[in-house]
Unconditional design. Structure first.
Length: 256
């Protein structure tokens, strides 16, 4: 029992009530993302930002999201656009390599404004006539989103906006988005491990949050199947837009 307590609280880095809150939020945010296609990762990041030490926030959130998106990708594997994932992954590898050389030199507020504006353009701008992004566009999506993921935190809305450009059906959106985010969070975990972050202290909490998230994903996908495609697409666009506007608000507030 004492060992379980230590695992859940990251060896007293958190209170038990905070740890349980994070486990419950992992369930609900995973269910939200599975049902609506987007939003859970950003909401979980907001909750974790008020509870975790700053040094642990992005790496621990990234590892939890790796598990959450990985579970969702496995449960929807037959709907994944593997060509999109392949080119996205190639770009993501390049983006991870370039991140420390480029983005770290830019003020965070500039990144926030640029990302928010780009999301709004991708979601509401004119669609290409082709039903699929070109290979170069898919690789660019992986490069750009991974480039900023180490510094902005949850880049799900930006990845979702790129995925949305392919005019997928609702299950394809959920599956392809989950697979791209799984690869990106995997890269993030590798980078943070490489630079010396110790995940061992947080392993117990992360494992339990991933298990809770898997349960939320299961129920979320059940709900997704009952949602009409048109309603899903409209809700998806609205949620992504609200997340972009939230990013603009954060950037504006930092200038005041």
């Amino acid at each position: 029992m004492e060992l379980l307590y230590s695992w859940l609280t990251a060896f007293d880095a958190l209170s038990m009530s905070t740890a349980l809150l994070l486990v419950v939020m992992s369930f609900f945010t995973s269910m939200m993302t599975a049902t609506l296609g987007i939003g859970g990762g950003v909401l979980l990041l907001a909750v974790m930002a008020g509870t975790l030490p700053v040094s642990a926030l992005i790496p621990v959130h990234g590892l939890v999201q790796l598990g959450s998106n990985g579970n969702r990708a496995l449960m929807t594997a037959k709907h994944i656009d593997w060509t999109m994932l392949r080119y996205f992954s190639l770009g993501a590898i390049v983006g991870a390599f370039l991140a420390s050389f480029i983005v770290v030199q830019l003020p965070l507020v500039i990144i926030q404004f640029a990302v928010a504006a780009f999301i709004l353009f991708l979601v509401w701008g004119s669609k290409p006539k082709a039903q699929e992004m070109k290979p170069a566009g898919r690789a660019l999506a992986g490069l750009v989103t991974t480039l900023v993921s180490m510094f902005v935190g949850a880049t799900g809305p930006l990845v979702a906006a790129f995925v949305h450009r392919n005019n997928y059906r609702k299950m394809q959106i959920t599956a392809t988005f989950a697979s791209c985010m799984t690869f990106q969070h995997g890269l993030k975990a590798f980078v943070f491990t490489f630079v010396g972050f110790s995940f061992a202290q947080w392993a117990g909490l992360v494992i339990i949050m991933i298990a809770s998230g898997a349960l939320g994903t299961f129920f979320g996908l059940k709900a997704l199947k009952r949602i009409p495609a048109e309603k899903f697409m409209l809700t998806f666009k609205i949620v992504v837009t609200l997340l972009a506007l939230r990013l603009l608000w954060q950037a504006s507030a930092s200038l005041m």
